[in-house]
Design a protein around this ligand. Structure first.
Ligand code: SF4
Ligand code: MG
Length: 325
């Protein structure tokens, strides 16, 4: 498949009075056309920061301190803000936990979708409205010819997130960044929304970075998974390997019990201990104080990602030949 997003050795740093804190430290990933990459980990792992870096929305004092981000063949991590603003919305769509981050409560949903379509295409107002109705139909809004003139507050949480998906797709973006898109929804509608997102992105050939703490969502929707810990990727590869037969000890802990979408209890905390603060990342492997497999080398030497089977794993248990040591 054609690569839509390619992130190489990304570093994100925050300047503080106590010095430079590294929030993202050498993240590399790629997402192909029509593919969903799940990015998972405990809170503070750097999942959202990675997504924000891709859309050029890291707030100062944060900054991209190294590496590169490419959308198709174009490098986008060093673009002027004005150019990046045009890429957001047109080439990169965004879906956040709270639909009202994307929807303006003062405007009818149809106006917002039509405006997005017209900003990014040269369609007439009438054609854009017809296109908006098609999009609302595609995302499963009942009676779209009537609901297009409704205001965001007139939709339920699940329907509102469907409208946001329609809005994100309106400009036919190459990539969608979805950050906890179903976390605020009732459990009963989470599965419907995630299934919809998956189907539409396949149909439209849109690449998706799906940021979530929810393993049920990952297992349901993702093609590949990146497991993040302390600003690095512990393991990345196909769902079939990372979720069903994880190699990294942290990934094994996360997958210990994969909740289904009807059982989305917070399971990530079952690994004893917690993610280190940015101010106190342990030397060597950042996971070593919590790792059941820790050995001498782990405390001093940082594991670099290596290819093992179909996944990249950053753990000293796997030697350079890619075999379990
Ligand atoms: Fe555990 Fe060592 Fe692997 Fe880190 S490098 S995950 S401490 S075995
Ligand atoms: Mg987050």
């Amino acid at each position: 498949t054609e690569t839509v997003l390619s992130v190489r050795d990304l570093r994100v740093a925050f300047e503080t009075r106590r010095g430079t804190l590294t929030a993202i430290d050498g993240v590399s990933l790629e997402i192909g056309r029509g593919e969903i990459l799940g990015v998972v980990g405990e809170s503070g792992a750097g999942k959202s920061v990675t997504g924000s870096a891709v859309i050029g929305l890291i707030d100062p004092p944060g900054r991209i301190a190294g590496g590169e981000i490419r959308l198709g063949s174009e490098r986008i991590d060093d673009l002027p803000p004005e150019k990046m603003r045009r890429i957001r919305g047109r080439r990169i769509g965004m879906i956040f936990q709270d639909p009202l981050t994307s929807l303006d409560p003062l405007y009818r949903v149809g106006e917002q979708i039509v405006e997005t379509i017209r900003t990014h295409t040269d369609l007439s107002a009438k054609t854009a409205r017809a296109r908006a109705i098609d999009l609302l139909t595609e995302v499963g809004i009942p009676a779209p010819e009537r609901r297009i003139d409704g205001y965001p507050h007139e939709f339920s949480g699940g329907m509102r997130q469907r409208v946001v998906i329609a809005l994100a797709l309106a400009a036919e973006p190459e990539l969608i960044i979805a950050d906890e898109p179903t976390t605020a929804l009732d459990v009963s509608v989470q599965a419907q929304v995630i299934t919809l997102l998956k189907r539409l992105c396949r149909e439209h050939g849109t690449a998706v970075m799906l940021v979530t703490h929810d393993m049920g969502v990952i297992a349901e929707a993702a093609d590949r998974v990146a497991v993040m810990y302390s600003g690095r990727i512990a393991e990345i590869g196909p769902v079939a390997e990372v979720v069903r037969a994880p190699r990294h000890p942290y990934a094994r802990g996360l997958m210990g019990a994969i909740p289904t979408l009807s059982d989305t209890a917070e399971r990530l905390t079952q690994i004893p201990g917690s993610m280190p603060r940015l101010t106190a990342i342990p030397p060597g492997c950042a996971f070593h104080p919590r790792c059941p497999n820790v050995f001498g080398r782990c405390r001093v030497e940082r594991p670099e990602p290596i290819l093992v089977g179909g996944t990249r794993v950053a753990c000293h248990l796997y030697d350079a030949r890619g075999e379990a040591a």
